[in-house]
Design a protein around this ligand. Structure first.
Ligand code: GLY
Length: 432
């Protein structure tokens, strides 16, 4: 069996591990033993090492010693650091953009410049700030805090702050923007718009794109979209591939922008293959662009890869042959539902390390899946957190949203340790 290297360790990598191991022997470098990834490595007769996936010497040695043929990377900072570039240099088939291709994610000002060229009507009015004077002037122009502060670089999906929600009053917004400016030398101030956010992800071979079912993410920490922003507390997709507030023509506009962006980024060299993530807003003024990510979203990857009908390894092969099409990359027509479980202080204060019990057998019996993220196994059904991020995701699918939701929350009841926390309202569609 062919050997495929996966770098990284989150819930997104856990679902990628499951998909890759269906057709390849899975090889992984991860900083700790993620139980879901370990299971897939063992099942596929692969191998993992606990080490730093940013360590290019380590990665190179592992690839050469194990004669690995393919490499998948879907983590923002690993892409920015050029781990796909390294795999390409070593002659591997790759899924993921080069560092230059991933600039769409690691430079928010670059992404805005690209979209301004390709679809100016999708741009929300913004100012790219590089001095304190510019910042003062930009914020002075607002009557109140109806603006958004967007840091220039990578923030793990948690850096964008919206006036009235994440900060209150102009001064608090100004102070946050100043912090971002000091950190990166640039910051973006953008008008706040009211509407609904959605994600359009597309698989791409660098030339063709195939749009996945559209997903709806739950970035806020608490029920009813209260509290701070997080990496995502849950996610849904619908059987028709749309969302209740979207028409096909809305998605077509986003797909066109994504297709044009891929062509633009690849005009001189093949910099971008894998998956591109477009964050958009549907508002009174139409469809507006929020951001690009150069990777699968997390948890979005869990929904979308579970609704893939074509084996993911076949999709990868079609990407390598530059023959990706809707005929060879098909999705099931079902509802998908994911809830992330976190420690009670996640995103509130520096999370203390925690140990917890998880009745995995009973959850699986109830037709739900578990994808571990920042978690290690201690023994049997005892686990502990690693770092401060999300712990594990519960995923279900169904013929209706109600069925998928009911299955997930029933599986979690009495099986998830009381000291842990999750949102109980995944499935509601809020507007801001
Ligand atoms: N869930 C949002 C992200 O992965 O960026």
């Amino acid at each position: 069996m062919k050997k495929c290297l996966l770098l990284g360790n989150g819930g997104r990598e856990a679902v990628l591990a499951e998909q890759i191991s269906k057709g390849y022997s899975l090889y992984v470098i991860m900083p700790y033993a993620n139980p879901s990834i370990v299971e897939q490595v063992e099942k596929s007769n692969g191998k993992y090492i606990i080490g730093n996936p940013f360590d290019k010497e380590l990665v190179k040695k592992f690839i050469e010693a194990e004669k690995i043929e393919a490499c998948v990377v879907s983590q923002d900072n690993l892409l920015q650091e050029g781990l796909i570039d390294l795999a390409k240099e070593l002659g591997l088939k790759t899924f993921g953009p080069t560092s230059q291709g991933a600039k769409l994610e690691w430079s928010k000002t670059y992404a805005l410049d690209v979209v301004k060229k390709l679809a100016p009507e999708m741009i929300i009015r913004n100012e790219k700030i590089s001095t304190l004077e510019e910042l003062e002037k930009a914020i002075e122009n607002y009557k109140d805090d109806s603006f958004v502060v967007k840091p220039e670089g990578l923030t793990g999906g948690k850096g964008v702050k919206v006036g009235g929600i994440h900060f209150k009053g102009k001064e608090e917004g100004f102070n946050y923007a100043k912090e971002c400016l000091e950190e990166a030398g640039k910051v973006i101030i953008q008008d706040k718009v009211e509407g609904r956010e959605f994600t359009v992800m597309a698989l791409t071979d660098g030339k063709n794109i195939v749009v996945t079912p559209i997903t709806f993410d739950y970035p806020y920490r608490f029920d009813e979209d209260k509290g701070p922003g997080t990496g995502g507390m849950g996610c849904l997709s619908f059987a028709n591939g749309l969302l209740p507030f979207l028409e096909q023509e809305d998605v077509d506009k986003c797909s066109k922008l994504i297709q044009d962006t891929i062509q633009y980024v690849n005009k001189d060299n093949l910099e971008f293959t894998g998956v591109i993530y477009g964050g958009f807003f549907k508002c009174k003024q139409g469809i507006k662009f929020i951001e690009f990510n150069a990777r699968f979203g997390d948890p979005e990857a869990i929904n979308v890869l579970n609704s893939l009908e074509t084996p993911f390894t076949e999709v990868m092969e079609n990407i390598w042959k530059q023959k990706l099409s809707e005929e060879n990359c098909k999705f099931k027509k079902n509802y998908t539902f994911t809830v992330y479980v976190v420690s009670s202080d996640y995103a509130i204060k520096k999370a203390e390390p925690c140990e917890f019990t998880l009745n995995t057998k009973d959850i699986l019996k109830k037709d739900a899946k578990i994808y571990f993220a920042s978690t290690k196994q201690i023994e049997n059904n005892r686990y502990c957190s690693v770092g401060t991020s999300r712990l594990f995701a519960i995923h279900t699918c169904g013929a209706t949203l109600e069925e998928a939701k009911e299955k997930a929350y029933t599986a979690m009841k009495n099986n998830v340790d009381d000291k842990l926390d999750y949102r109980n309202d995944i499935g509601e569609i809020y507007e801001h």
